[in-house]
Design a protein. Sequence first.
Length: 318
Amino acid sequence: MSPFTTVAQVDDALKHYCLRPSKTTGRQLSPATAQRLGYLMTHEAKRVFASGLRGNELMWALDRAFESEARTHRSLGLVMLSHFANYYGLLTDAEAKWWSAEGNKRYKPSKPVAERILQRDELKAYFDQFLTKTPDHFTAARLYCFSALLLLSGARRKAIVQLRMSDLRVTETELTLSLERLKSANTAPQIIHIPLDVPLPNGRPFGEALYAWLDARLPNDRLFMDTTNQHGSGLAMSIRHQMDKYAARAGLSHISPHMFRFTCASIISDHVGIKQAQQLLGHSELRTTMRYAGLAYDNVSRSSISNGFGQFATHVDG
């Protein structure tokens, strides 16, 4: 039997769900994630939950309720609301897992690799936005440093979000990062060295972006956080949203954190070779790195990315 019979009961349950401690982290949802969930829980979705449906019937009804929404909204709706339904016993663990994967598979098709590698003019247009002063210096400095680290390290967004101050060592000439390896059997941290004078696409040295954020950030053991000292998945979503805003200002339709990883693979393979790119990105198979670098696609011009960057001096240990 469903625990909900009215929309008001669904509203109360949603408030409780946002405040309850997570099974995995032990913390409640971040304000950004809770806000996103509230946005996804439309009045029509609440009516579906109050209808008494359970299991797959409930999710198919929610799927129909999102038919008029944009693709990303439909995807997030199925993913996040399947977890909500599972928490209140309306979906089994297996059903929730299936619907979460189905939401991503059906409504977020993969882009061709050629679209994931950012060209030099696109990178310059994006990074040029950080040369303009903005009232929200905190957000701008955070995104500037975060984007620079994505490009220069080739790391996944999650690995950058999880960085602690103890994972950094800054000298007069370089930044040394100790990154957690994700999706790898090797549990030893990956050590990456980034010279502070390596030029970013806007012509400014990386050290400028790094120190701007170190001066603006709040006291915390994490390198990146928001103005309320939140970090984790909510912060990752916030950065993704800000990245799209800055991309729009640069006249670009879209930029995602993973595009910087593809672009880094392309630049590294151009300058120092595909094996070094494989080592930096942590791929177990060379063909994965080749796909990231666009080497299997004749229509991808990587020379246009690397021209003007000079020697790409990032190097990696381990």
